[in-house]
Design a protein around this ligand. Structure first.
Ligand code: F0G
Length: 458
C-alpha cells in the first residue's frame, strides 16, 4: 500500500532536526552503551521511541494555552476539561491527573489487595506494575489470534470472553475488584477491540457484578477501526461510537498523552461517586487539588481541545492510513512485521528478521542499534531486554515469546516522507543483514532493566 493520503494539515511552525554524521552516531552509540534511552534526543533524526506525549499540538491548542487560568482552585480550563470528559465519554465524575499511570495508581491503590485478580486483554507495563505492587494478579486474556504475530484478524485486541466467563465463575467475586480492557491493545501490537467484544465483556461484568473499566489511551483510533471494520458501524460518526463504548463502562483511566493530542495530561473517571471521593483524598496527597490534578491550567485547556480534535474523521483516516502504509511498505520490502498493522505503531519481528542472531544476542536491541547506526532512527526494543529476566535459582536467562522492535508514530509530527526515509534505512539493513552484530549485556539494574542496561557488541 503506498502512502497515498496527504497530511490533512499544513506546517505553520517548524522544529529543525538534523541527521548526525556516521562518526557522530558511532560515538553516541558507544557512549550510551548501545542503549538508545541514553542517547540525547537532539542526536536522533526520526524519533519513533513512543507516540506518548510526542504529538504536535494544533494552532487551536496553542491558542488555548494563552487562555490558561492558573488559579489554584476552579480554574476556567477545568470546566472546559469537564465539558469534554462529560460530553465525549459521558462520565460526570472524574479527576484530572498529569499522566495515565497516576490514574492507574489511584484506582488500583484504592481497590486492589493481595491475591486479587484484574483481567485485561493485555495489561500495559505500568498497569501491570500498579497492580502487582499491591500483590494483585494482572491476568492477560486476549484472544488466541492476538498472541500470534502472523494471524490475520480485524480485531486482534478482543478479549477471550469464554476465558473471562471461566475466570468469573471460578473466582470468588470479592477477589476481582474490577475488570479492565485496553483500547487499542498496546502490549498486543496496538490492535483494536470490536464493539461487539466490548458489549460482551460489559455484559459479563454486569452479570457477575464486577466493575468494568477501560484503559482509554487510544480510544479514538479504536473507534475508527470499529467504524471501518465492524459490520453495521460504517454509517456512524466517531463521537457516536465513542459514546456507545464508554456508556458500556463503569469508568476509565486515560493518558491524554496519546489520543488527547497533548504533551501531558490524563484523567480517571468513574460512575462510583463514593469511590471518587476516596480517590480525591489520595489525589490531593500525590497530584494536587481535584480541579487541576498535577496540571497547569493551560495543560487542561490543551487536553480539552485535543480530545475533540482527535475525533476528526479526516485526521483519523490519515493517522491510521499513515501507520498502515508505513507497515505495508516495510512488509513489501521483506521486513517481517506484526499483521495487520495496529493504530499507533509498526512492530518488527526482530528475531525472524535477524535470524542469524541467537536470542541470547538480543536481536531486538541489535536491530534498534542498526536503525540508529544506519540513519539516526530511534525505535524501542520490546523483547528479551525489556521482558527477559534471570531465573533467581539458576541465574539462567528466561526469554519472552517474541523479540520485537516497536516503531511508534507520533501524532501529526512526521510526514510520509519521513516515514519513507525510515523504510529506506530498513531496506539498507535488509541488504546487509549479516553485518548486524549481536549484543552482550554488561550492566543491568534489578528492575526495569531496559531503561539503563548497557551492552557491548559481539
Ligand atoms: N496504558 C497504555 C495502554 C499505555 O500505552 C500507556 C503508556 C499507559 C497506560 C500509561 O500512560 O505514560 O501517560 O503514564 N504508554 C507509553 C508507550 C509510555 O510508549 O506506549 P502514561
Amino acid at each position: 500500500m503506498p502512502f497515498n493520503l496527504p497530511e490533512p494539515w499544513r506546517v505553520k511552525v517548524v522544529e529543525p532536526i538534523s541527521l548526525p554524521s556516521e562518526r557522530e552516531r558511532e560515538k553516541r552509540l558507544k557512549k550510551a552503551g548501545f542503549n538508545l534511552f541514553d542517547v540525547p534526543a537532539e542526536a536522533v533524526f526520526i524519533d519513533l521511541l513512543t507516540d506518548s506525549g510526542t504529538s504536535a499540538m494544533s494552532d487551536n491548542q496553542w491558542a488555548g494555552l494563552m487562555l490558561g487560568d492558573e488559579s489554584y482552585a476552579g480554574a476556567r480550563n477545568y470546566y472546559r476539561f469537564e465539558e469534554a470528559v462529560t460530553e465525549i465519554f459521558g462520565f460526570s465524575h472524574f479527576v484530572p491527573v498529569h499522566q495515565g499511570r497516576v490514574a492507574e495508581n489511584l484506582l488500583f491503590s484504592t481497590l486492589v489487595q493481595p491475591d486479587m485478580i484484574v483481567p485485561n486483554n493485555n495489561h500495559f507495563d505500568t498497569t501491570r506494575a500498579n497492580i502487582e505492587i499491591h500483590r494483585g494478579l494482572a491476568v492477560d486474556l486476549v484472544i488466541k489470534e492476538g498472541r500470534d504475530p502472523a494471524a490475520k484478524h480485524p480485531f486482534k485486541g478482543d478479549i477471550d470472553l469464554e476465558r473471562v466467563r471461566r475466570l468469573f465463575e471460578e473466582t470468588p467475586r470479592a477477589r476481582i475488584p474490577l475488570a479492565m480492557l485496553t483500547l487499542t491493545n498496546n502490549s498486543g501490537g496496538g490492535q483494536p477491540v470490536s464493539l461487539a467484544n466490548i458489549q460482551g465483556y460489559s455484559e459479563l461484568c454486569r452479570e457477575f457484578g464486577i466493575p468494568f473499566y477501560i484503559d482509554a489511551c487510544r480510544f479514538a483510533e479504536n473507534a475508527f477501526f470499529i467504524q471501518q471494520r465492524e459490520e453495521g458501524q460504517q454509517g456512524r460518526s466517531i463521537p457516536e461510537i465513542v459514546r456507545e463504548i464508554f456508556d458500556l463502562a463503569d469508568g476509565c483511566t486515560m493518558s491524554a498523552k496519546k489520543d488527547g493530542l497533548a504533551n501531558m495530561g490524563g484523567f480517571l473517571a468513574t460512575r462510583d461517586h463514593e469511590l471518587l471521593e476516596t480517590i480525591k483524598q489520595r489525589l490531593i496527597l500525590i497530584e494536587g487539588f481535584p480541579t487541576y490534578g498535577g496540571l497547569a491550567g493551560r495543560d487542561l485547556e490543551a487536553v480539552a481541545r485535543g480530545l475533540w480534535e482527535v475525533m476528526d474523521p479526516e485526521y483519523l483516516r490519515f493517522r491510521v492510513s499513515q501507520v498502515g502504509a508505513f507497515g505495508e511498505r516495510l512488509a513489501s520490502l521483506g521486513v517481517p512485521i506484526i499483521q495487520p498493522v495496529g493504530g499507533h505503531a509498526v512492530y518488527i519481528d526482530a528475531r525472524s528478521f535477524l535470524s542469524h542472531l541467537p536470542q541470547a544476542a538480543f536481536p531486538g536491541q541489535a536491530l534498534v542499534v542498526a536503525l540508529y547506526r544506519g540513519g539516526a532512527v530511534r525505535g524501542v526494543e520490546i523483547g528479551s531486554v525489556m521482558f527477559g529476566r534471570k531465573d533467581p535459582q539458576t541465574g539462567q536467562e528466561i526469554y519472552p515469546e517474541l523479540d520485537l522492535v516497536r516503531l511508534a508514530v507520533p501524532r501529526r509530527v512526521y510526514t510520509n516522507t519521513h516515514l519513507r526515509y525510515v523504510c529506506d534505512v530498513l531496506e539498507e539493513i535488509r541488504d546487509h543483514l549479516d553485518q548486524v552484530k549481536g549484543l552482550k549485556m554488561v550492566y543491568e539494574a534489578p528492575v526495569l532493566r531496559h531503561f539503563t542496561a548497557r551492552f557491548e557488541e559481539i
